[in-house]
Ligand binder design. Sequence first.
Ligand code: HEC
Ligand code: HEC
Length: 204
Amino acid sequence: MIRHIVLGACLASLSMASLAASLIGDAAAGEKKAEVCAACHGVDGNSTNPSYPNLAAQVPGYIADQLAQFKSGERENALMAGITAGLSEQDMADLDAFYIHQVPRPGAVPKEELDAARRGERLYRGGYAPMKVAACMSCHGPQGHGVPRRFPRVSGQNREYLKSQLWAFKSGKRSGFRSIMSKIAFRMSEQQIDDVTVYMHGLK
Ligand code: HEC
Ligand code: HEC
């Protein structure tokens, strides 16, 4: 009797989102379900197209959350809206479980962009006080490996993708978790966006 009351209270306090979060993913099932994703995100979650994101070794929970946001339209993207339309919460949890165990492919900084990477490093590690831009590392981690489940891995991420997302946050097209990134990107210059994406891509 007491158990029923406690369980009822717990369920009542859980939102739909946290219910989805509590589903346990099956990586083997996820591997099968990920076959349709390989054309754009790579067989092992390392995409060969710089405008598509890598998914390998992403922080647990983030992929499932983003898939749910594409499906609901909260995060707008025509391609991913189509892909997620038929996915259940269990599918999303399984896909998440598959990708978190894939090995990320490190990126690199070309020689002619070392100066840009150095400027990007200063912003990533120290922020930019005059514009009250917080240090990226405080949420994405010193090596860009992210923090489950809200703060995504950014190290080695494809440059074109990183850039497109910072612009999407800046313009308000993507808002995300508590609009944290919109407020940050809004105050970043075009130069800072270019520099920090060079640096993040080269982080290991
Ligand atoms: C036809 C190409 C294509 C296919 C197939 C595809 N995606 Fe995507 N995916 C994209 C693009 C493009 C984006 C970037 C969307 C944006 O700009 O917001 C993306 C973004 C994502 C993101 C967000 C990543 C991040 O770092 O925020 C996740 C997660 C994702 N896709 C998972 C999947 C999964 C899982 C599948 C298979 C079930 C899949 N995608 C199939 C093109 C594709
Ligand atoms: C206070 C925490 C916080 C700080 C500081 C922060 N971020 Fe983020 N960042 C987030 C969150 C949360 C998300 C995920 C947003 C969502 O769910 O859509 C994110 C997402 C991103 C993404 C998209 C990644 C992807 O896979 O789609 C990029 C790129 C990014 N941040 C870059 C930066 C840069 C560059 C800085 C420093 C100038 C920075 N962030 C500082 C919290 C932070």
